[in-house]
Design a protein around this ligand. Structure first.
Ligand code: FDP
Length: 340
């Protein structure tokens, strides 16, 4: 007997899930939104493309970790005195090379280098980058990330770079974002007009818009802090952590800032790296870690402070300056400030 097919309930191949468009490519998105930039001459767009390209190369290396000899320490230390991992060094080379080739960047500040790289006096932009954040997670296949901040230089184009070009407040960023090398690879960025997230499709070699106009939940129930260091927290920080427990919040700490931040972006939560006895100024770096995430957080409706002051208002006085960081859902960050 011939089975009757209810045509009305059978989706045609064009309307079925497999034929759905998967969102704009990053390239097209950047192009379509170029006129939002204050100085829309195309260089910032190219710079974002250079970052995306370098991140694809790093993604390839990260995915090969374990198969070829790129895991483990190099035997040297970075500016923080941390052991440099092979992938840290490799990521730094990839990003520096891509940004130097592009020609839009006059100076590059990186976690992996003592001083800034003087790239091209004709470049309009200064970039600060942590090429591979969460180094302690590299060898164990846990999510890691890249963090970047872009500033417009203050000194005239064509002249030597000045300290004021490098030591700008986070509020002066023209763009910032991060790449998360996780169960999928994502690039999330802002140019000061909201936040958009792109997921990498490795077989096509493209980022596609997967998380348009991201908003961080106003409140959340996740707190992320390394409680192993609790003995060296100040009493107010201990009190806030106790408050989180009293509220029956969930503790989640990956130990990769980008991954903890991204989860809180989607689900709501707070990430804290406070001042500790070991790191009285905090551990994280203002210029190439905290500023970018603070900018993204604020653009997504969240908040970021050092406990008492807005991160984006801090005027740095040195390249590798550290700060305490409280970042995440606005209501949680504001609540934490009533303790610390
Ligand atoms: P890592 O030292 O492994 O590079 O940015 C530094 C950072 O990781 C963050 O990604 C992470 O959140 C934090 O430090 C982890 O520090 P603790 O091990 O002290 O918790």
């Amino acid at each position: 007997m011939q089975r009757s097919i209810n045509k009305a309930n059978t989706p045609s191949i064009e309307t079925s899930r497999i034929a759905q468009p998967i969102g704009s490519t990053l390239d097209r998105f950047i192009k379509n939104n170029q006129d939002q930039f204050a100085y829309a001459s195309g260089e910032l767009s190219q710079l974002l493309r250079d970052i995306a390209l370098a991140s694809k190369v790093v993604n390839r290396e990260v995915n090969k970790a374990g198969l070829i000899d790129i895991m483990g320490a190099v035997g040297s230390q970075n500016t923080a005195g941390d052991d440099q991992q092979k992938l840290d060094v490799l990521a730094n080379i990839r990003f520096t090379r891509a940004l130097a080739k592009g020609g839009e960047v006059c100076a590059l500040v990186s976690e992996e280098a003592e001083t800034f790289a003087d790239l091209n006096n004709d470049g309009k932009y200064v970039i600060a980058i942590d090429p591979l954040d969460g180094s302690s997670n590299i060898d164990v296949n846990v999510s890691i990330g890249t963090i970047f901040s872009i500033y417009r230089r203050k000194s005239p184009v064509g002249t030597p770079i000045q300290p004021d070009d490098i030591l700008q407040r986070g509020a002066d960023q023209v763009a910032a974002g991060y790449v998360l090398y996780g169960s999928s690879t994502m690039l999330v960025y802002t140019t000061g007009h909201g936040v958009n997230g792109f997921t990498y499709e490795p077989t096509l070699g493209e980022y596609f818009l997967s998380h348009p106009d991201m908003h961080m939940p106003y409140d959340g129930r996740i707190y992320s802090i390394n409680e192993g260091s609790a003995n060296s927290f100040s009493q107010p920080v201990k009190d806030y952590v106790q408050y989180c427990k009293d509220q029956k919040y969930t503790a989640r700490y990956i130990g990769s800032l980008v991954a903890d931040f991204h989860r809180n972006m989607l689900k709501g939560g707070i990430y804290i790296y406070p001042a500790t006895a070991k790191d009285p100024q905090g551990k994280l770096r203002l210029i190439y870690e905290c500023n970018a995430l603070a900018f993204v957080a604020e653009q997504a409706g969240g908040s970021a402070t050092n406990g008492s002051m807005r991160i984006l208002d801090i005027k740095p006085d040195s390249l590798h300056q550290r700060t305490a960081l409280y970042v995440g859902s606005r209501n949680m960050v504001e609540k934490s400030a009533t303790f610390v």
